[in-house]
Design a protein around this ligand. Structure first.
Ligand code: ATP
Length: 454
């Protein structure tokens, strides 16, 4: 029993009430003796709580036994400050589990273990409903658009195309069109066909014009399909959920249909939401060739139909490098009915991309137009690779000579010269489709681009 220790320590705490380490220690001694109420009261009787995450978690650990509401409040504050705080989610899971709210317990346990696998606890997990496995969709990432969500929840962001660790390291921020270099005509088309209708649903409804439907981006790799989708979400003030068909097929084997349904459910709950489906061609292969993935295709079609016919605030954007491989069922009205070509960046766009991607890199005065001129046909990803390569060379040089130095125009031009645009192969292949498979006019904008290129 700790009574004696506690009575020895209490005068010290009375003399230094802000000594949170001591206060916590005494509270934990109470807790160890089974006096959870006293433990909690000792913590709640003094304010404010410390600012740091560690002591806040320790306080929540004591509070959760008999003061669950206060613990939840505190944990929400911890999560608001650090969305990747796995122990905070785990503690929330414990509280919900204690209260018998298993759905929320399971959800928070899923998030905690997704962020930090070492928190996995099969015994704890076993207490959840056995019928449904813990949802392990890769959750998190981009912060909620400022001012658009009344309640920030960790599953505001779902991506499946990278591991949580990568994502946490990356912490992609929410972007908008100002983060996209050039491509003004394309931005305007997206505004007209997607953003305005999405933001003015009532107006469209009044005139009996359907505002839903999906959008399919196609074009050579690395030219901004993903980036523009993410920025479209930013412009619409919508959440962004990204799924990669490749991941669905490889990682969600056996439960892909349920996972897809869960994703759309989350999107509906979090609406307005944009669901971005990358590599949509991998699913869209003619259903006769799709074998096992045929039912996946049907599930996806059903969900897309649901989202567009109920005029929910859920917009689907698909992306592909090979639109000609997509099952025509995906292009029926209400599905991917707007098809947009995302071309390689033109001269102005390339200059802007160089400028955007180099914004935080030490550099001499650079003539970005000149870099753009030298990098004809380069994709955004090619430009990114040029900058990375040049930065690497500069770092080596600094390490070798010990002399600090910034990136120079000459070095950038040298890297550009050594690189080869990755768009050429795609454009060559695409020109066949634009010439021979464009009866429906689907590839008109591609054909126009190729024509102007000659
Ligand atoms: P893939 O077909 O390979 O999936 P993608 O078309 O989706 O490629 P993104 O991933 O959007 O291409 O772009 C690759 C990278 O190129 C981006 O992370 C970004 O750094 C850069 N980039 C591409 N286009 C632009 C642009 N217009 N403005 C700024 N950066 C760009």
């Amino acid at each position: 029993m700790n009574d004696q220790t506690i009575s020895l320590l209490m005068p010290a705490l009375d003399a230094a009430p802000d000594h949170w380490e001591l206060r916590l220690h005494i509270a934990e001694l109470h807790l160890a003796d089974g006096r959870a109420l006293e433990a909690g009261e000792l913590l709640l009787s003094h304010s404010p709580f410390p600012e740091e995450e560690e002591p806040r978690l320790a306080i929540a650990r004591v509070l959760l036994v008999k003061h669950g509401d206060e613990a939840l409040k505190l944990l929400d504050q911890v999560i608001e400050a650090n969305k990747a705080c796995a122990p905070a989610y785990l503690l929330k899971a414990e509280i919900y589990q204690q209260r018998g709210i298993l759905k929320d317990a399971k959800k928070h346990y899923g998030i905690a273990t997704l962020i930090d696998e070492s928190l996995e606890n099969p015994e704890f997990e076993a207490q959840f409903d056995q019928s449904e496995p813990v949802m392990q969709s890769a959750i998190t990432k981009t912060p909620v658009p400022a001012g658009m969500s009344d309640e920030i929840e960790p599953d505001d962001f779902i991506e499946t195309d990278s591991t949580v660790d990568e994502v946490l390291a990356d912490q992609k921020k929410l972007i908008d069109f100002s983060d996209i270099g050039g491509m003004e005509a394309l931005k305007e088309r997206i505004r007209m066909s997607i953003i305005y209708p999405f933001k003015n649903k009532a107006l469209f409804e009044k005139f009996k014009k359907r505002s839903g439907g999906g959008l399919l981006f196609y074009g050579p790799p690395g030219c901004g399909k993903t980036l523009i989708s993410r920025a479209t979400a930013g412009e619409c003030g919508a959440h962004f959920i990204s799924i990669s068909i490749h991941d669905i097929l490889s990682k969600w084997m056996g439960e892909a249909e349920r996972r897809i349904h869960d994703l759309f459910e989350t999107a509906r709950r979090k609406a307005p939401t944009i669901i971005f489906i990358d590599e949509v061609d991998a699913l869209g292969v003619k259903r006769s060739d799709a074998g096992n993935s045929a039912s996946l295709v049907n599930t996806l079609l059903t969900e897309i139909d649901g989202a567009s016919s109920h005029n929910e605030d859920v917009l689907i954007i698909g992306a592909t490098n090979t639109p000609w491989r997509i099952d025509s069922a995906f292009r029926r009205p209400g599905r991917f009915d707007h098809v947009l070509f995302i071309p390689p960046p033109d001269l102005e766009a390339r200059a802007a991309i160089f400028q955007i991607l180099m914004a935080d890199i030490p550099q001499e005065k650079i003539d970005f137009k000149k870099l753009a001129k030298g990098s004809d046909q380069f994709s955004g990803a090619d430009i990114q690779a040029v900058i990375e390569k040049t930065s690497e060379a500069v770092i080596h040089e600094i390490m070798r000579t010990g002399n600090d130095h910034v990136i120079t125009q000459k070095e950038l031009l040298k890297s550009i010269k050594a690189a080869r645009p990755t768009t050429l192969e795609w454009l060559e292949q695409a020109s066949n489709y634009a010439s021979f498979a464009n009866q429906s006019g689907l590839y008109d904008d591609l054909a126009e681009f190729l024509q102007n290129r000659k």
